[in-house]
Design a protein around this ligand. Structure first.
Ligand SMILES: [Zn+2]
Length: 381
């Protein structure tokens, strides 16, 4: 197996509880794994060496929430929102019309372009949801196309009720033929549990059908209102409750006492000019917090995990270390993955090299492209 030694690492922020942060470090990549890491002076021989000249190395970011299979553009809706119109769940339907009309090649090209953007932003694993098809054929096309790019595919047939379809008929379709078609291509099932989308009872029914079909649950919860979604996510043992913008103390307690990760999506609050979630309360209560992009054409069309980190620090009072942890190991927990999100021997060699001496610069230099290199499975992309 080919070995590559990354040496001259000024700061190696492993996100591993035992290893912590190492200075003047080196990291050996053996095949697609981390083979060794430690002080540069102790580094083993390797087939090739790359001197990083004091730069900072982190695990690759794990983006556990993204909607990347779609066509069309909602820049005008964004502009309207910035001049005073509120965000509602209904704008999703305009993307559905464009996505249904698009061929596979267009959807595949859009998805590949966004995946390349994520990689350039330091993301080495991303989740991808369906949810802009909302009929059996287009939802199936969506999960198939997503599965070409990632193993973390989520069936989100219950995104909204499509225009012109009876609500209870649609829920029957989601739990019946749509789920049956999509489940073989997906790992996760998700619902937009929100006013204007699906209530708690409807969300529970869809998630339970997904679980029965072999999928694992995750949930859009408490984004625009205290919807009861967080409690449902915890009740069902969901991997993640996503958004968590409107939380009661009982929601925070429920998350802290569970294995459900609170996944925060500050690029959405930024793009909808909404109040940010109370990350401090979640962290102080002991909940596991993840940061993700929620890249989607309506409520937040950004692939920038570094900007999400900067917002988490500036607007949500997370420390830079907490924000980076949430974007790496937090995201891995939200996907129930133990092989990514931290750097230790045997972990996947998914990492980013910052053109900076420390991860502090991700928040200290907002908007600056600091991702110098992204490595996935030991290969630079
Ligand atoms: Zn979402």
């Amino acid at each position: 197996m080919t070995t590559t030694l990354l040496t001259g690492i000024g700061l190696l922020a492993t996100q591993d509880d035992e290893l912590g942060e190492l200075t003047d470090a080196a990291l050996l990549i053996t095949g697609d794994r981390v083979g060794w890491l430690g002080p540069a002076t102790d580094a083993p021989a390797a087939d090739r060496r790359l001197d990083l000249a004091g730069r900072c190395v982190l695990p690759g970011f794990v983006d556990s929430h993204a909607h990347l299979v779609f066509a069309g553009d909602r820049a005008a809706e964004f502009a309207a929102r910035m001049t005073g119109q509120p965000y509602t769940a209904g704008g999703i339907r305009s993307t559905v019309t464009a996505t249904r009309a698009a061929g596979d090649e267009l959807l595949r090209a859009n998805l590949a372009r966004l995946a390349a953007e994520l990689h350039a932003a330091g993301v080495t694993t991303f989740e991808c949801k369906s949810g802009y098809g909302l009929d059996v054929d287009t939802e199936l096309r969506s999960v198939r196309l997503a599965a070409e790019q990632t193993s973390e595919v989520t069936f989100l047939g219950a995104h909204v009720v499509p225009a012109g379809v009876d609500r209870s008929d649609y829920l029957d379709q989601v739990r019946g033929p749509m789920l049956a078609a999509c489940a073989p291509h997906a790992r996760w099932v998700d619902v937009f549990c929100e006013a204007g989308a699906f209530d708690v009872a409807e969300s529970r029914a869809v998630l339970q059908a997904g679980i029965a079909a072999g999928l694992q649950p995750r949930l859009h919860a408490n984004q625009l209102t205290a919807s009861g979604g967080v409690q449902l996510a915890v009740e069902l043992g969901a991997a993640s409750a996503d958004h968590c913008t409107h939380l009661a103390p009982s929601d925070i307690d429920a998350l802290a006492g569970s294995s459900t990760v609170a996944t925060l999506l500050p690029l959405v609050e930024f793009s909808t000019r909404s109040p940010y979630p109370d990350a401090r309360a979640l962290l102080d209560a002991g909940a596991t917090v993840a940061l993700a992009t929620d890249c989607n054409p309506g409520s937040g069309f950004s692939t920038s995990m570094p900007l999400a980190i900067a917002l988490a620090v500036r607007e949500m009072r997370m420390s830079p270390a907490e924000a980076v942890r949430a974007a790496t190991v937090g995201g891995a927990r939200a996907l129930r993955r133990d092989d990514i999100g931290r750097l230790a021997v045997g972990q996947r060699a998914d990492l980013v090299v910052l053109d900076a001496p420390s991860y502090l610069h991700l928040a200290y230099r907002p908007g600056v492209p600091l991702i110098q290199q992204t490595w996935i499975g030991g290969v630079p992309v």
